[in-house]
Design a protein around this ligand. Sequence first.
Ligand SMILES: [Zn+2]
Length: 246
Amino acid sequence: MIPLEMIEVEGIIISEKPYGESSKILNIITKDKGIIGVLAKGAKRLKSPFRSVCQRFCYANFNISYKDDKLSVLISADVINNFKNIKNDIKKLSYLNFISELTSGVIKQNTDKRIYDIYLSAILKIEEGFDPVIITNILELKYLSFLGVLPKLDGCVVCGNPKVVTISAYKGGFVCKDHVNDDYVVSEKTIKLIRVLEYVDISKITKLDVSNTVKKEINDFLDDYYDRYTGLYLKSKKFLKSLTSL
Ligand SMILES: [Zn+2]
């Protein structure tokens, strides 16, 4: 038998399902190992030390017997954050659901470790009380480069002119006044903000003051862009849309 490797991994449980009579299988997005499956023996038992840890969206350090491409086994876990504020708010929780589903879709296409950092910093900001809509939009914008479909944001997508008047999902980025045709024209503030958001480090955000118009324009652009170019169809997005249209 090949001996198992004992390691500590930092990660966030994105799903858990029952296994046998008393155990659970956890899917964890980790900092260093991508998405892993972990067996938590006896986690459903009332007296199990794993009981409180093995919940969806628990952020913890997990000690595991690690096996590449197979189910690892949980030995112990230290909770870092349970995201209590998010879990007490249906809207915030829906955004956490969505960004978690999106993140696992992105990690399946790209193993870059910065994806985990973006995901974690977005959750921490939502937990801190920042607007989940705009935090989610920043994350979505950043993920586009990992999906290999970053829109053209340094000038007009047709001619390269840095003086742009709107952003078009159909055309694939910013467009200037000569190439705007019948595209919807967004506000100047939206253009400025998209340029800033592409480079902003989510963990360093201390203030977010965005008008509803700008928020809607950025969100509409990203929705349209994701539909057209990423091939990701997420169930949680549908729910989110029904929630925000209320
Ligand atoms: Zn142009």
